[in-house]
Design a protein around this ligand. Structure first.
Ligand SMILES: Cc1cc2nc3c(=O)[nH]c(=O)nc-3n(C[C@H](O)[C@H](O)[C@H](O)COP(=O)(O)O)c2cc1C
Length: 181
């Protein structure tokens, strides 16, 4: 299967990346699938200008690193969003990438997929789950969400996701379920 991982965090190997790695393990590990990783914090991705230049179906007029994301996203059967919460929503890097997906916002590219939303958070994950559930349903795709609190309110300390066994197991099992195991 073709899998795209959108890494919303600028912290490579952080909490959301850890969950994504376990989903990939559940899918069967390295070499089982055609997996492409995109980390918008390390890419040149301009903000959507709302110019509607994409309305004629010719794609986005902005020639930057999104041009590599478009075909990968459209071809993928599974799209994994590794999404830490920043001020109650996805990071600005991931949001900027998603805004640019407006250029392919049709059933051909957004339909028939399994979206996997991995949310890591300290306090609150708000509307993120309903956001992607609504989009997935609207385009005939499925949305699988996993939320993981990476913070202990009693001690006031962060808990790295790699130490949260239940979440790692849930991520692995989510991956397995997507390949029918
Ligand atoms: C600038 C910043 C803003 C954050 N805002 C929130 C927030 O609004 N709600 C929340 O629950 N966690 C918030 N967090 C905590 C992160 O979502 C959490 O630590 C997450 O596990 C980090 O994932 P990562 O290691 O993949 O980046 C914030 C962290 C940072 C650095």
């Amino acid at each position: 299967m073709k899998v795209v991982v959108l890494h919303g965090s600028a912290r490579s190997g952080g909490d959301s990346d850890t969950l994504a790695a376990h989903v990939l393990d559940g899918l069967g590990g390295a070499g089982s699938h055609d997996v492409l990783h995109f980390r918008p914090s390390e890419m040149e991705i301009a903000h959507c200008r709302g110019c509607m230049g994409c309305r004629d179906g010719s794609g986005c007029v902005i020639m930057d690193d999104m041009q590599a994301v478009y075909p990968a996203f459209c071809d993928a059967q599974i799209v994994i969003l590794a999404a830490p919460m920043f001020w109650g929503y996805m990071t600005s890097q991931l949001k900027t990438l998603f805004d640019r997906l407006e250029a392919v916002a049709d059933a051909t590219c957004f339909g028939g997929k399994d979206f996997v939303l991995l949310i890591t958070y300290r306090h609150f994950f708000g509307s993120m789950v309903t956001w992607l559930e609504r989009i997935s349903a609207g385009f005939g795709s499925r949305c699988h969400s996993l939320t993981c609190r990476t913070y202990d309110p009693e001690t006031g300390k962060d808990i790295p996701a790699h130490g949260i066994a239940d979440a790692l197991d849930e991520a692995f099992r989510l991956g397995r379920s997507l390949v029918g195991k």
